[in-house]
Design a protein. Sequence first.
Length: 291
Amino acid sequence: MGDSQFPQATLQDPNLQESPPLVGGSPGDFCLVDSHCHIVFRNFDDDIEEVAERWRQAGVKALVHACVEPSEIPAIRALADRFPEMRYSVGVHPLDTEHWQADTPSVLKAAAQADGRVVAIGELGLDLFRDKNLEEQLAMLRPQLDLAVELDLPVIVHCRDAAEPMLEELRGRAASGACPRGVMHCWGGTPEEMAEFLSLGFYISFSGTVTFPKADATHACAQQVPADRFLVETDCPFLAPVPRRGKRNEPAFVASVAERVAVLRGETLTQVAHTSSANAARLFGLTLHTV
């Protein structure tokens, strides 16, 4: 599979220095994008070079590293310096309310504008499974959505047991022309909820949960999602796919996610890899090409 059909990256700020293109493989190489990972976590400290070698051997040509709170940004930036196939987001996770300060929006804005490798705002969202502080989470979510619109960047959305309040927020923004584009990461909702987010222009990203045998709703979503609106991810180090469930997850294992999605859709792994990579490139403004 060649990569020539992937869209070229576009910079949102003409004053930014363009980051180097993402590294691809030779024509015909397998191509995957892990659209959501967290390799900044300490459990990768001892073997990160081996982890990188495994993701390259698995055909992973690009990674999008999600950010959960601002203090992570320097370390994530250093990883992007180390691994040229990495891009990253800046944002605050809905369960990290203790890291939200009055100046956080300006900190995130400065970080996004300082580095052309920042391709999204997030991971932001709502999580009513682990916490019920909806108003506090909305107070963090709204400025980040505003920032994404201001910078013309997509958002990476974490939404757990919170589809209705998230949809209410996004619908209100869509009505006023202030809803950013983005992706519902680590999708675990129903087909009906998926249809609502799709109608707002969002992509759906499947993680290792799609490989779990009892994840019937997620399986149905993988079968029904339009070909031009899905991504694959690991969310590593969490949610390792079958047959590695319960172990540390890593970017190479996105191949297992894509393989399961392919089975569910009645497609080949190569088809799903190509389609999901093209979708990730379009959403995040990635450049994937051969060298």
